[in-house]
Design a protein around this ligand. Structure first.
Ligand SMILES: [Fe+2]
Ligand SMILES: [Fe+2]
Length: 209
């Protein structure tokens, strides 16, 4: 004798596996077989664990926002290296400005995501001053350096500001990875980080299956 499977309309039956047995004696091909209370409790415990896991993951995204931002850093590090190598071979102002626009398209977009998703959520825990004020100031300084390249009068001036932006971005990323993102994981709940990870995926147009 077995208990009824979990209702399919709840979407649980397929994900939770076989139904629970109940205590009793059964006739099998090898004769009589008993199912004791201990067997049932063990099975019930296993199913309860699967239910808890199922409920925990309903409506959640498996990607934390901080993990997504670290992934963006990894790609941008490669872009910073590439731009630095390209810059060494350029001697024209418009070439340096064109190269800088490639950096700006990625770097400023990354900063916007942090400014709009991570920093406001962290403010509830850290306040506006301290690390968040420092990170916002560094975003502004990098953006100002990129603008300076666009407005530069000479190739040398543009290259100087671009090199400053490249190094500032690297230093800023390291601070975020070693301090700010660690604080985010320390103070924000997993649920909030994963909810924001879902928002990040929607904003970036990637699918979290
Ligand atoms: Fe940042
Ligand atoms: Fe960042």
């Amino acid at each position: 004798m077995h208990c009824s499977p979990l209702p399919r309309e709840l979407g649980l039956a397929d994900s939770l596996g076989a139904p629970l047995p109940l205590p009793g004696v059964f006739v099998t091909a090898r004769g009589l077989r008993g199912v004791g209370l201990r067997d049932c409790l063990d099975d019930a415990h296993a199913v309860a664990g699967r239910i808890a896991s199922y409920i925990w993951h309903q409506g959640r995204h498996p990607l934390r926002l901080t993990d997504a931002l670290i992934g963006e850093h990894a790609v941008i590090y490669a872009l910073l290296d590439h731009i630095e190598q390209e810059l060494a071979g350029l001697d024209g102002l418009t070439d340096v400005q064109r190269l800088t626009r490639t950096l700006a398209a990625t770097l400023l977009s990354h900063a916007r995501v942090e400014d709009s998703m991570l920093f406001p959520a962290l403010e509830a825990h850290l306040g506006r001053d301290g690390p968040l004020a420092c990170m916002r100031q560094e975003h502004a300084e990098i953006e100002a350096a990129i603008e300076d390249v666009a407005n530069a009068a000479t190739c040398e001036a543009a290259a100087d500001r671009l090199r400053y932006a490249l190094q500032s971005a690297r230093d800023h990323f390291v601070k975020e990875e070693r301090v700010l993102f660690v604080m985010a994981r320390q103070f924000m709940s997993e649920r909030d980080l994963e909810r924001l990870g879902g928002n990040w995926a929607a904003a970036r147009g990637v699918v979290l299956a």
